[in-house]
Design a protein around this ligand. Structure first.
Ligand SMILES: C[S@@+](CC[C@H](N)C(=O)[O-])C[C@H]1O[C@@H](n2cnc3c(N)ncnc32)[C@H](O)[C@@H]1O
Length: 230
């Protein structure tokens, strides 16, 4: 998985270059109106969610397939970090033996799942509470349109329908805009945060053309927030 190598490689600069992901994590946590004691974080990264939790918990398990990210994540008697793919069957089996969890949380990570429905179904077997923030298909929509590439990101409404099969949920779709001085810094930002989609990358020629012609001062991100009615 190319994007995982990218995340691992960029773990050191990740925290300085993820303004949107940080806002997303804060907004996601504001949706959690109770104090879950046993939490599983899918795609935990360097630990932004863990660091932002302001209530006492008994166990926090963070899972991430990028070693560089796991290395930077806080660890202590209450915080365990597992360096593995969250779609790995053996990992899922282990979590099934550790049920129930009070909350399965995930910020800016589930859009990378190969089979997101299977993953959501798995979470329904280990908890009745979820809080997910997922980047969806209108993220960088203009870039995709201009370059004729197809986005790898999931459709928000389809995700809502899928999740409704397993949980009683409410959702919000939020658009974030990030302003830049010039087009080169926009494309540098995309590269540094590892959100460029890994497998379906732009060629040098396409990137050059986009840098010259991209019409907006901002990059636009679409994020789906989905959680229980609780
Ligand atoms: C954009 S970062 C978000 C990190 C963190 N949740 C945050 O809000 O700062 C996405 C993370 O998901 C991880 N990730 C992507 N696909 C994964 C998978 N299949 N299994 C485990 N982790 C994965 C990446 O390694 C990366 O650390």
């Amino acid at each position: 998985m190319k994007h995982i190598k990218e995340f691992s490689k960029r773990a050191n600069s990740y925290d300085e270059n993820t303004i949107i992901q940080k806002k997303v994590a804060t907004h996601l946590l504001s949706k959690v109106k109770y104090n879950p004691k046993k939490i599983l974080d899918l795609g935990c990264g360097t630990g932004d969610l863990n660091l932002k939790i302001d209530w006492e918990y008994e166990k926090f398990i963070g899972v991430d397939s990028a070693y560089g990210m796991c290395k930077k994540h806080p660890k202590n008697d209450f915080v365990e970090v597992i360096n593995i793919n969250f779609e790995d069957k053996k990992f899922q089996q282990d979590m099934l033996c550790d049920t129930p969890f009070d909350l399965i949380i995930s910020s800016s990570a589930l859009q990378w799942a190969k089979n997101i429905e299977e993953l959501i179904e798995f979470t329904s077997k280990i908890s009745s509470n979820i809080a997910f923030a997922i980047f969806t298909c209108n993220t960088f929509a203009d870039i995709y349109k201009l370059s004729s590439l197809e986005t790898f990101l999931p459709d928000a409404k389809e995700l809502v329908e899928i999740t409704k099969k397993y949980f009683d949920i409410v959702y919000e779709i939020k658009i974030y805009r990030l302003n830049f001085e010039d087009n080169i810094s926009k494309f540098r930002y995309i590269k540094k945060t590892g959100v460029s989609g890994g497998e379906r990358k732009l060629t040098v020629r396409q990137t050059k053309k986009l840098i010259e012609t991209y019409p907006h001062k901002y990059l636009e991100f679409e994020v789906l927030f989905i959680h229980n009615k609780k």
